[in-house]
Design a protein around this ligand. Structure first.
Ligand SMILES: C[S@@+](CC[C@H](N)C(=O)[O-])C[C@H]1O[C@@H](n2cnc3c(N)ncnc32)[C@H](O)[C@@H]1O
Length: 234
C-alpha cells in the first residue's frame, strides 16, 4: 500500500519536472527569437501524407548537438525542411558560417527569408548569409560540398526518405567525402531507410538529459563509409 502511494507521488513529481523542463525549453527558444527579432513559422495542418507539419528544433537540443562535437563551424550544414530557419540562425549566432536550408512550404520559406534579413541587419558581418531554397528536397540536386544534412521530422514515410537519400548518394558519388546525416527524433521510417543503405553507417547518438524527451534518442548520426569501401550501389 505504502509502495503504491510512493509510486503515485513520484509519478506526480516526475510529471511536474517534465512540465517544468518543457516550460524552460520553450522560454529559451522564445528568448532567442525575441533577442533577434525573429518570428517562428506557424504549425500548419498536414497537407499531404508525404510531409509533416512545422515545428522548430529546440535551442537546448541545438546547444547539445554543438557541444557533442558532431558538427563543427567548418561544416557546410544543410537543413532539409528548414521551416522558418531558426535552427540555421541559431547555428549562425554560434559562429557557423556555411549554412543552407531547403523548404517546400512557401509561407515558411518566406518567413525564413524575413528572419535572415532581420538577423543580419543587426550584425556587422553579413558576408556569409544563409542560403534558403524554396524547393521539394526530394527533387533537388545537392551541391557537392555539403558535409552535413540535418533533418527533424521532415518526411513521413520510408519511401520518401529513400527517394531523398538517393539524391544524397548522387551528391556523394560526385565528390566522395565524409557526409554526416543527423536525424532529430528518428522514426521507424527514417531509421528503416538509413539502415537500407550500405554506404552509410551509424556513428553516434546524442541524448540530452535536460530535455523532457531524453528517454528517447534525440539525435541519431549516420556517416558515409570510407572511400576505399565505396564501390557499393545505393
Ligand atoms: C518538423 S519541421 C523542422 C523544421 C526545422 N528543420 C527545424 O528543425 O527547426 C519539418 C519541415 O520539413 C518541411 N518539409 C517536409 N517535406 C519537405 C520536402 N519534401 N522538401 C522540403 N521541405 C519539406 C516542412 O514543411 C517543415 O517545415
Amino acid at each position: 500500500m505504502i509502495c503504491r502511494f510512493l509510486l503515485s507521488f513520484l509519478e506526480i513529481i516526475d510529471k511536474l519536472c517534465r512540465q517544468g523542463k518543457k516550460r524552460i525549453c520553450f522560454n529559451i527558444y522564445m528568448d532567442f527569437l525575441k533577442k533577434n527579432a525573429l518570428e517562428d513559422g506557424r504549425m500548419q495542418e498536414k497537407k499531404s501524407i508525404h510531409y509533416n507539419p512545422y515545428e522548430g528544433t529546440n535551442i537546448v537540443l541545438i546547444e547539445k548537438l554543438i557541444k557533442s562535437g558532431v558538427i563543427s563551424p567548418e561544416d557546410h550544414i544543410a537543413d532539409i525542411g528548414c521551416g522558418a530557419g531558426i535552427f540555421l540562425l541559431y547555428l549562425a549566432s554560434r559562429g557557423f558560417y556555411n549554412l543552407s536550408g531547403y523548404e517546400i512550404d512557401q509561407t515558411l520559406y518566406e518567413q525564413g527569408q524575413k528572419n535572415i534579413e532581420s538577423f543580419y541587419s543587426k550584425r556587422k558581418d553579413s558576408s556569409n548569409k544563409i542560403e534558403l531554397l524554396n524547393v521539394d528536397a526530394v527533387n533537388t540536386e545537392y551541391p557537392s560540398d555539403i558535409t552535413c544534412f540535418y533533418l527533424f521530422n521532415t518526411f513521413y514515410d520510408k519511401d520518401t526518405y529513400l527517394s531523398w537519400i538517393k539524391k544524397v548518394y548522387s551528391s556523394w558519388r560526385d565528390n566522395q567525402r565524409k557526409i554526416k546525416i543527423i536525424i532529430l527524433f528518428p522514426t521507424v521510417a527514417s531509421m528503416g531507410a538509413l539502415r537500407e543503405c550500405n554506404w552509410l553507417r551509424e556513428t553516434g547518438r546524442v541524448i540530452d538529459k535536460s530535455h523532457p524527451c531524453w528517454r528517447c534518442v534525440n539525435f541519431l548520426v549516420y556517416e558515409t563509409i570510407d572511400e576505399k569501401d565505396s564501390q557499393i550501389p545505393v
